[in-house]
Design a protein around this ligand. Structure first.
Ligand SMILES: [Zn+2]
Ligand SMILES: [Zn+2]
Length: 80
C-alpha cells in the first residue's frame, strides 16, 4: 500500500505527478492542507488512486498522510 518508503521524502503524494519538491516538511504539510484538504468538504471522502485507498474524511486523510507518507500537519493549521 505504501508507494514511497523514504521517510525523508518531501514530495507531495497527492500531486506526485507534478513532482513538487518542498524544502521542509513544514512547507509540505501546509501545502497538503491548502491544496488538498482544503478542497474536501466535511463529511466527504477522498479516493487516492495512487495508494489505492479510500479515505473517509479529513481526519483519515491526515492520518494517512502522516502514517504512510510522513507528512506532518502543522498544529497551527490543523483546525479540524
Ligand atoms: Zn500536493
Ligand atoms: Zn497514500
Amino acid at each position: 500500500m505504501s508507494v514511497y518508503k523514504d521517510k525523508r521524502t518531501r514530495y507531495c503524494f497527492a500531486c506526485v505527478a507534478n513532482k513538487n519538491l518542498f524544502y521542509s516538511l513544514g512547507d509540505l504539510g501546509r501545502h497538503f492542507i491548502n491544496r488538498h484538504l482544503a478542497y474536501v468538504e466535511d463529511g466527504e471522502g477522498f479516493d487516492y488512486d495512487l495508494c489505492e485507498v479510500y479515505l473517509d474524511n479529513k481526519m483519515y486523510m491526515q492520518r494517512h498522510a502522516f502514517d504512510v507518507h510522513y507528512i506532518v500537519i502543522p498544529a497551527s493549521a490543523a483546525a479540524f
